[in-house]
Design a binder for this molecule. Sequence first.
Ligand code: FMN
Length: 385
Amino acid sequence: MIKEVFLGISGGIAAYKACTLIRLLKKAGIGVKVVLTKNAFEFVTKITIETLSQEPCCFELFANPNEMTHLKSRKLADVFVIAPATANVIAKLACGLADDLLTSSFLAYEGPKLVVPAMNSGMYNNPVTLENIEKLRSRGIEILGPDKGVLACEDVGIGRMVEPELILQKIKVMSYPKLPLQNKKILITAGGTREKIDSVRVITNLSSGKLGHNLAHMAALMGAKVSLVTTCKSALINPEIKDICYVESSEDMYKEVLARMKNIDCLYMAAAVSDFVLKEERLSKIKKQDELVLDFKKNRDILAKVGELKKQQKLIGFCLEDQNLEAAAKDKLQRKNLDYIVANKSEVIGKDIRSVQIYDKSGLVQAIDKADLLEISYQLLKLML
Ligand SMILES: Cc1cc2nc3c(=O)[nH]c(=O)nc-3n(C[C@H](O)[C@H](O)[C@H](O)COP(=O)(O)O)c2cc1C
Protein backbone atom coordinates (compact mmCIF):
# COMPACT_ATOMS: atom_id res chain seq x y z
CA MET A 1 0.00 0.00 0.00
CA ILE A 2 1.30 3.43 -0.96
CA LYS A 3 0.97 5.88 1.95
CA GLU A 4 3.18 8.78 0.90
CA VAL A 5 4.17 10.13 -2.52
CA PHE A 6 6.94 12.59 -3.29
CA LEU A 7 5.67 14.54 -6.29
CA GLY A 8 8.02 16.53 -8.50
CA ILE A 9 6.51 19.16 -10.81
CA SER A 10 8.59 20.68 -13.59
CA GLY A 11 7.97 23.66 -15.87
CA GLY A 12 5.60 22.45 -18.56
CA ILE A 13 2.07 23.49 -19.38
CA ALA A 14 0.69 20.21 -17.94
CA ALA A 15 1.78 21.42 -14.47
CA TYR A 16 -1.84 22.53 -13.95
CA LYS A 17 -2.90 18.88 -14.18
CA ALA A 18 -0.52 18.05 -11.33
CA CYS A 19 -2.94 20.01 -9.12
CA THR A 20 -5.66 17.47 -9.96
CA LEU A 21 -3.20 14.66 -9.24
CA ILE A 22 -2.53 16.10 -5.77
CA ARG A 23 -6.29 16.24 -5.12
CA LEU A 24 -6.78 12.65 -6.27
CA LEU A 25 -3.89 11.39 -4.14
CA LYS A 26 -5.26 13.15 -1.06
CA LYS A 27 -8.76 11.79 -1.78
CA ALA A 28 -7.27 8.28 -1.96
CA GLY A 29 -5.77 8.81 1.51
CA ILE A 30 -2.21 9.17 0.19
CA GLY A 31 0.00 11.95 1.58
CA VAL A 32 1.84 14.17 -0.96
CA LYS A 33 5.01 16.17 -0.52
CA VAL A 34 5.63 18.41 -3.50
CA VAL A 35 8.92 19.66 -4.87
CA LEU A 36 8.94 22.00 -7.85
CA THR A 37 11.51 23.37 -10.23
CA LYS A 38 11.88 27.15 -10.31
CA ASN A 39 10.28 27.20 -13.77
CA ALA A 40 7.24 25.23 -12.58
CA PHE A 41 6.16 28.40 -10.74
CA GLU A 42 5.58 30.02 -14.13
CA PHE A 43 2.66 27.58 -14.48
CA VAL A 44 1.30 26.95 -10.94
CA THR A 45 1.49 28.92 -7.71
CA LYS A 46 2.92 27.99 -4.31
CA ILE A 47 -0.41 28.79 -2.68
CA THR A 48 -2.32 26.40 -4.96
CA ILE A 49 0.08 23.53 -4.32
CA GLU A 50 0.25 24.11 -0.56
CA THR A 51 -3.52 24.43 -0.21
CA LEU A 52 -4.15 21.22 -2.15
CA SER A 53 -1.39 19.16 -0.55
CA GLN A 54 -1.84 20.67 2.93
CA GLU A 55 1.96 20.68 3.20
CA PRO A 56 4.61 23.32 2.59
CA CYS A 57 6.08 22.76 -0.88
CA CYS A 58 9.82 22.90 -1.46
CA PHE A 59 11.84 24.28 -4.33
CA GLU A 60 15.01 25.89 -2.95
CA LEU A 61 18.03 23.65 -2.58
CA PHE A 62 19.80 25.95 -0.15
CA ALA A 63 16.79 27.33 1.76
CA ASN A 64 17.56 25.26 4.88
CA PRO A 65 21.08 23.86 4.35
CA ASN A 66 21.10 22.29 7.81
CA GLU A 67 18.04 20.21 7.00
CA MET A 68 19.54 18.72 3.78
CA THR A 69 16.08 18.92 2.17
CA HIS A 70 17.22 17.03 -0.95
CA LEU A 71 17.80 13.89 1.15
CA LYS A 72 14.39 13.97 2.84
CA SER A 73 12.54 12.09 0.10
CA ARG A 74 14.69 9.03 0.84
CA LYS A 75 12.92 8.45 4.11
CA LEU A 76 9.57 10.11 3.58
CA ALA A 77 8.04 8.60 0.46
CA ASP A 78 7.01 5.18 -0.88
CA VAL A 79 7.35 6.38 -4.46
CA PHE A 80 8.88 9.41 -6.23
CA VAL A 81 6.81 10.66 -9.16
CA ILE A 82 7.67 13.49 -11.55
CA ALA A 83 4.54 14.73 -13.35
CA PRO A 84 4.85 16.54 -15.62
CA ALA A 85 8.45 15.77 -16.51
CA THR A 86 9.79 18.28 -19.05
CA ALA A 87 12.28 17.38 -21.78
CA ASN A 88 14.78 19.44 -19.79
CA VAL A 89 14.27 17.56 -16.50
CA ILE A 90 14.35 14.20 -18.30
CA ALA A 91 17.66 15.16 -19.93
CA LYS A 92 19.07 16.14 -16.53
CA LEU A 93 17.91 12.89 -14.92
CA ALA A 94 19.41 10.85 -17.75
CA CYS A 95 22.80 12.51 -17.14
CA GLY A 96 22.58 12.40 -13.35
CA LEU A 97 22.56 16.18 -13.07
CA ALA A 98 21.49 17.54 -9.70
CA ASP A 99 21.47 21.32 -9.94
CA ASP A 100 18.18 22.03 -8.17
CA LEU A 101 16.10 20.52 -5.39
CA LEU A 102 13.96 18.32 -7.65
CA THR A 103 16.83 16.69 -9.56
CA SER A 104 19.02 16.36 -6.40
CA SER A 105 16.17 14.70 -4.50
CA PHE A 106 15.42 12.34 -7.41
CA LEU A 107 19.08 11.33 -7.65
CA ALA A 108 19.28 10.66 -3.91
CA TYR A 109 16.01 8.72 -3.74
CA GLU A 110 16.45 4.95 -3.53
CA GLY A 111 12.85 3.71 -3.84
CA PRO A 112 10.56 3.19 -6.87
CA LYS A 113 10.51 6.08 -9.33
CA LEU A 114 7.95 7.11 -11.95
CA VAL A 115 8.49 9.71 -14.67
CA VAL A 116 5.50 11.07 -16.61
CA PRO A 117 6.72 13.00 -19.67
CA ALA A 118 4.72 15.87 -21.15
CA MET A 119 5.86 18.03 -24.02
CA ASN A 120 5.24 19.08 -27.60
CA SER A 121 5.61 16.27 -30.19
CA GLY A 122 8.72 17.86 -31.69
CA MET A 123 10.50 17.85 -28.33
CA TYR A 124 9.35 14.28 -27.60
CA ASN A 125 10.22 12.82 -30.99
CA ASN A 126 13.68 14.38 -30.96
CA PRO A 127 16.07 11.40 -30.81
CA VAL A 128 17.89 12.93 -27.84
CA THR A 129 14.67 12.95 -25.75
CA LEU A 130 13.72 9.42 -26.83
CA GLU A 131 17.23 8.26 -25.97
CA ASN A 132 17.08 9.97 -22.57
CA ILE A 133 13.74 8.29 -21.79
CA GLU A 134 15.16 4.89 -22.80
CA LYS A 135 18.15 5.51 -20.53
CA LEU A 136 15.84 6.12 -17.57
CA ARG A 137 13.77 3.03 -18.43
CA SER A 138 16.87 0.85 -18.68
CA ARG A 139 17.81 1.94 -15.14
CA GLY A 140 14.53 0.61 -13.76
CA ILE A 141 12.71 3.95 -13.68
CA GLU A 142 9.08 3.53 -14.72
CA ILE A 143 7.85 5.74 -17.55
CA LEU A 144 4.15 6.46 -18.09
CA GLY A 145 3.07 7.86 -21.46
CA PRO A 146 3.04 10.30 -23.08
CA ASP A 147 -0.35 10.04 -24.72
CA LYS A 148 -1.53 11.13 -28.16
CA GLY A 149 -4.09 13.86 -28.72
CA VAL A 150 -4.51 17.63 -28.95
CA LEU A 151 -1.54 19.37 -27.33
CA ALA A 152 -1.55 22.74 -25.55
CA CYS A 153 0.06 24.34 -28.63
CA GLU A 154 -2.95 23.01 -30.61
CA ASP A 155 -0.80 20.53 -32.54
CA VAL A 156 -2.22 17.02 -32.65
CA GLY A 157 0.27 14.30 -31.86
CA ILE A 158 2.18 12.51 -29.14
CA GLY A 159 3.27 14.40 -26.02
CA ARG A 160 0.18 14.88 -23.84
CA MET A 161 0.64 14.02 -20.19
CA VAL A 162 -1.31 10.93 -19.17
CA GLU A 163 -4.46 11.99 -17.28
CA PRO A 164 -4.10 12.34 -13.47
CA GLU A 165 -6.61 9.53 -12.79
CA LEU A 166 -4.40 7.14 -14.75
CA ILE A 167 -1.23 8.38 -13.01
CA LEU A 168 -2.89 7.59 -9.66
CA GLN A 169 -3.82 4.15 -10.98
CA LYS A 170 -0.21 3.55 -12.08
CA ILE A 171 1.08 4.62 -8.64
CA LYS A 172 -1.26 2.10 -7.02
CA VAL A 173 -0.23 -0.65 -9.48
CA MET A 174 3.42 0.01 -8.57
CA SER A 175 2.70 -1.19 -5.03
CA TYR A 176 1.90 -4.72 -6.30
CA PRO A 177 4.65 -7.29 -6.90
CA LYS A 178 5.14 -7.54 -10.68
CA LEU A 179 3.50 -10.52 -12.39
CA PRO A 180 5.41 -12.15 -15.27
CA LEU A 181 3.01 -10.91 -17.95
CA GLN A 182 5.67 -9.54 -20.30
CA ASN A 183 4.50 -10.15 -23.88
CA LYS A 184 1.52 -12.28 -22.79
CA LYS A 185 -1.42 -11.58 -25.09
CA ILE A 186 -4.65 -10.94 -23.24
CA LEU A 187 -8.09 -10.16 -24.62
CA ILE A 188 -10.57 -8.46 -22.31
CA THR A 189 -14.19 -7.53 -23.00
CA ALA A 190 -15.93 -4.87 -20.91
CA GLY A 191 -19.18 -2.94 -20.55
CA GLY A 192 -22.81 -3.62 -21.35
CA THR A 193 -23.81 -4.17 -24.97
CA ARG A 194 -26.49 -1.98 -26.56
CA GLU A 195 -28.92 -3.77 -28.83
CA LYS A 196 -30.97 -1.73 -31.27
CA ILE A 197 -34.74 -1.50 -30.81
CA ASP A 198 -35.37 1.05 -33.54
CA SER A 199 -33.37 3.84 -35.20
CA VAL A 200 -32.97 5.79 -31.91
CA ARG A 201 -33.56 3.35 -29.03
CA VAL A 202 -31.56 0.50 -27.48
CA ILE A 203 -31.89 -2.17 -24.79
CA THR A 204 -28.88 -2.34 -22.51
CA ASN A 205 -27.90 -3.16 -18.89
CA LEU A 206 -26.26 -1.44 -15.93
CA SER A 207 -22.76 -2.88 -16.38
CA SER A 208 -20.18 -0.11 -15.76
CA GLY A 209 -17.25 -1.84 -17.44
CA LYS A 210 -15.09 -0.85 -14.45
CA LEU A 211 -13.74 -4.30 -13.61
CA GLY A 212 -12.84 -5.08 -17.24
CA HIS A 213 -11.10 -1.72 -17.61
CA ASN A 214 -9.16 -2.08 -14.34
CA LEU A 215 -8.11 -5.56 -15.43
CA ALA A 216 -6.96 -4.22 -18.81
CA HIS A 217 -4.98 -1.38 -17.22
CA MET A 218 -3.29 -3.56 -14.65
CA ALA A 219 -2.35 -6.18 -17.26
CA ALA A 220 -0.96 -3.53 -19.64
CA LEU A 221 0.96 -1.77 -16.86
CA MET A 222 2.54 -5.13 -15.97
CA GLY A 223 3.78 -5.58 -19.54
CA ALA A 224 1.03 -7.65 -21.18
CA LYS A 225 -0.13 -6.97 -24.73
CA VAL A 226 -3.77 -6.14 -24.12
CA SER A 227 -6.67 -6.06 -26.56
CA LEU A 228 -9.68 -4.36 -24.99
CA VAL A 229 -13.06 -4.75 -26.68
CA THR A 230 -15.39 -2.40 -24.84
CA THR A 231 -18.65 -0.52 -25.04
CA CYS A 232 -17.41 2.25 -22.68
CA LYS A 233 -16.43 5.05 -25.04
CA SER A 234 -15.98 7.72 -22.40
CA ALA A 235 -13.67 5.78 -20.06
CA LEU A 236 -10.05 6.98 -19.77
CA ILE A 237 -7.63 4.62 -21.50
CA ASN A 238 -3.98 4.27 -20.63
CA PRO A 239 -1.73 4.57 -23.72
CA GLU A 240 -0.12 1.26 -22.66
CA ILE A 241 -3.25 -0.43 -24.06
CA LYS A 242 -2.34 -0.51 -27.72
CA ASP A 243 -5.37 -2.34 -29.13
CA ILE A 244 -8.62 -0.73 -28.09
CA CYS A 245 -11.80 -1.52 -29.98
CA TYR A 246 -15.08 0.26 -29.22
CA VAL A 247 -18.27 -1.64 -29.97
CA GLU A 248 -21.99 -1.14 -29.40
CA SER A 249 -23.89 -4.38 -29.97
CA SER A 250 -23.27 -8.01 -29.12
CA GLU A 251 -22.96 -8.66 -32.86
CA ASP A 252 -20.02 -6.20 -33.13
CA MET A 253 -18.45 -7.66 -29.98
CA TYR A 254 -18.81 -11.20 -31.35
CA LYS A 255 -17.00 -10.26 -34.58
CA GLU A 256 -14.18 -8.39 -32.83
CA VAL A 257 -13.56 -11.13 -30.24
CA LEU A 258 -13.52 -13.91 -32.83
CA ALA A 259 -11.20 -11.92 -35.09
CA ARG A 260 -8.66 -11.58 -32.27
CA MET A 261 -8.86 -14.83 -30.29
CA LYS A 262 -6.50 -16.94 -32.43
CA ASN A 263 -3.32 -15.23 -31.22
CA ILE A 264 -4.34 -14.76 -27.61
CA ASP A 265 -3.03 -16.51 -24.47
CA CYS A 266 -5.92 -15.67 -22.21
CA LEU A 267 -9.44 -14.21 -22.51
CA TYR A 268 -11.32 -12.41 -19.73
CA MET A 269 -14.91 -12.05 -20.90
CA ALA A 270 -16.08 -9.43 -18.42
CA ALA A 271 -18.60 -7.68 -20.71
CA ALA A 272 -22.29 -7.96 -19.89
CA VAL A 273 -23.66 -9.18 -23.20
CA SER A 274 -27.39 -8.82 -23.64
CA ASP A 275 -29.22 -12.13 -23.23
CA PHE A 276 -31.99 -10.90 -25.52
CA VAL A 277 -32.26 -9.08 -28.82
CA LEU A 278 -35.35 -7.87 -30.62
CA LYS A 279 -36.91 -10.52 -32.87
CA GLU A 280 -37.16 -7.94 -35.60
CA GLU A 281 -35.32 -4.64 -35.38
CA ARG A 282 -37.52 -1.69 -36.43
CA LEU A 283 -35.72 0.45 -38.96
CA SER A 284 -37.48 3.73 -38.19
CA LYS A 285 -38.36 5.35 -34.87
CA ILE A 286 -41.41 3.79 -33.21
CA LYS A 287 -44.11 6.42 -32.74
CA LYS A 288 -45.20 7.38 -29.22
CA GLN A 289 -48.20 5.23 -28.27
CA ASP A 290 -50.21 4.22 -25.20
CA GLU A 291 -48.74 0.73 -25.01
CA LEU A 292 -45.91 -1.03 -26.74
CA VAL A 293 -45.20 -4.74 -26.86
CA LEU A 294 -41.81 -5.86 -28.19
CA ASP A 295 -40.85 -9.44 -28.97
CA PHE A 296 -37.36 -10.52 -27.94
CA LYS A 297 -35.45 -13.69 -28.76
CA LYS A 298 -32.46 -15.33 -27.12
CA ASN A 299 -29.21 -13.68 -28.23
CA ARG A 300 -26.18 -15.48 -29.64
CA ASP A 301 -23.78 -16.58 -26.89
CA ILE A 302 -20.27 -15.14 -27.39
CA LEU A 303 -18.78 -16.90 -24.36
CA ALA A 304 -20.11 -20.31 -25.41
CA LYS A 305 -18.72 -19.80 -28.92
CA VAL A 306 -15.28 -18.86 -27.59
CA GLY A 307 -15.40 -21.90 -25.27
CA GLU A 308 -16.18 -24.09 -28.30
CA LEU A 309 -13.38 -22.64 -30.45
CA LYS A 310 -10.65 -22.28 -27.85
CA LYS A 311 -7.50 -24.37 -28.06
CA GLN A 312 -4.57 -23.54 -25.78
CA GLN A 313 -6.12 -20.27 -24.55
CA LYS A 314 -7.27 -19.88 -20.96
CA LEU A 315 -10.84 -18.68 -20.79
CA ILE A 316 -12.25 -16.80 -17.83
CA GLY A 317 -15.97 -16.03 -17.75
CA PHE A 318 -18.10 -13.97 -15.38
CA CYS A 319 -21.48 -14.77 -13.88
CA LEU A 320 -23.89 -12.36 -12.23
CA GLU A 321 -26.98 -13.60 -10.41
CA ASP A 322 -29.34 -12.56 -7.63
CA GLN A 323 -29.93 -16.10 -6.35
CA ASN A 324 -28.23 -19.51 -6.37
CA LEU A 325 -25.02 -17.87 -7.50
CA GLU A 326 -22.70 -20.79 -6.81
CA ALA A 327 -24.84 -23.35 -8.64
CA ALA A 328 -25.32 -21.00 -11.60
CA ALA A 329 -21.59 -20.27 -11.77
CA LYS A 330 -20.60 -23.96 -11.70
CA ASP A 331 -23.18 -24.81 -14.33
CA LYS A 332 -22.01 -22.00 -16.66
CA LEU A 333 -18.37 -23.04 -16.19
CA GLN A 334 -19.17 -26.60 -17.38
CA ARG A 335 -21.55 -25.69 -20.17
CA LYS A 336 -19.29 -23.08 -21.73
CA ASN A 337 -15.98 -24.92 -21.35
CA LEU A 338 -14.40 -22.23 -19.14
CA ASP A 339 -11.17 -22.59 -17.17
CA TYR A 340 -12.41 -20.26 -14.44
CA ILE A 341 -15.58 -18.38 -13.62
CA VAL A 342 -15.86 -15.26 -11.49
CA ALA A 343 -19.17 -15.14 -9.62
CA ASN A 344 -20.70 -11.81 -8.60
CA LYS A 345 -24.02 -10.80 -7.06
CA SER A 346 -26.00 -8.18 -9.01
CA GLU A 347 -25.58 -5.70 -6.14
CA VAL A 348 -21.89 -5.23 -7.16
CA ILE A 349 -22.79 -3.50 -10.46
CA GLY A 350 -20.96 -0.17 -10.70
CA LYS A 351 -19.34 -0.53 -7.25
CA ASP A 352 -15.65 0.13 -6.52
CA ILE A 353 -15.46 -2.38 -3.67
CA ARG A 354 -16.72 -5.88 -4.40
CA SER A 355 -16.78 -9.44 -3.13
CA VAL A 356 -16.38 -12.17 -5.75
CA GLN A 357 -15.81 -15.92 -5.81
CA ILE A 358 -13.64 -17.71 -8.35
CA TYR A 359 -14.41 -21.32 -9.33
CA ASP A 360 -12.71 -23.86 -11.55
CA LYS A 361 -13.90 -27.35 -12.48
CA SER A 362 -12.81 -28.73 -9.10
CA GLY A 363 -14.73 -26.11 -7.07
CA LEU A 364 -13.98 -22.87 -5.21
CA VAL A 365 -10.51 -21.52 -5.98
CA GLN A 366 -10.67 -18.23 -4.12
CA ALA A 367 -13.20 -16.03 -2.34
CA ILE A 368 -12.28 -12.35 -2.43
CA ASP A 369 -14.04 -10.36 0.26
CA LYS A 370 -14.63 -6.60 -0.11
CA ALA A 371 -11.63 -5.72 -2.24
CA ASP A 372 -11.10 -2.81 -4.61
CA LEU A 373 -11.07 -3.32 -8.37
CA LEU A 374 -7.28 -3.31 -8.70
CA GLU A 375 -6.90 -5.95 -6.00
CA ILE A 376 -9.54 -8.13 -7.72
CA SER A 377 -7.81 -7.54 -11.08
CA TYR A 378 -4.47 -8.63 -9.61
CA GLN A 379 -5.96 -11.87 -8.27
CA LEU A 380 -7.68 -12.53 -11.61
CA LEU A 381 -4.47 -11.97 -13.59
CA LYS A 382 -2.70 -14.56 -11.42
CA LEU A 383 -5.13 -17.17 -12.82
CA MET A 384 -3.50 -17.04 -16.24
CA LEU A 385 0.01 -17.87 -15.01
C1 FMN B 1 4.32 28.38 -22.31
C2 FMN B 1 5.38 27.33 -22.22
C3 FMN B 1 5.02 26.01 -22.15
C4 FMN B 1 5.98 24.99 -22.07
N1 FMN B 1 5.58 23.69 -22.01
C5 FMN B 1 6.51 22.73 -21.95
C6 FMN B 1 6.12 21.37 -21.88
O1 FMN B 1 4.94 21.04 -21.88
N2 FMN B 1 7.10 20.43 -21.82
C7 FMN B 1 8.42 20.75 -21.82
O2 FMN B 1 9.24 19.84 -21.78
N3 FMN B 1 8.80 22.03 -21.85
C8 FMN B 1 7.91 23.04 -21.92
N4 FMN B 1 8.30 24.33 -21.97
C9 FMN B 1 9.73 24.64 -21.92
C10 FMN B 1 10.23 24.55 -20.49
O3 FMN B 1 9.52 25.46 -19.68
C11 FMN B 1 11.72 24.85 -20.44
O4 FMN B 1 12.43 23.81 -21.10
C12 FMN B 1 12.25 25.01 -19.03
O5 FMN B 1 13.64 25.18 -19.07
C13 FMN B 1 11.92 23.80 -18.17
O6 FMN B 1 12.43 24.01 -16.88
P1 FMN B 1 12.40 22.86 -15.79
O7 FMN B 1 12.61 21.59 -16.49
O8 FMN B 1 13.56 23.19 -14.88
O9 FMN B 1 11.12 22.98 -15.05
C14 FMN B 1 7.35 25.35 -22.05
C15 FMN B 1 7.72 26.70 -22.11
C16 FMN B 1 6.73 27.66 -22.19
C17 FMN B 1 7.17 29.12 -22.25
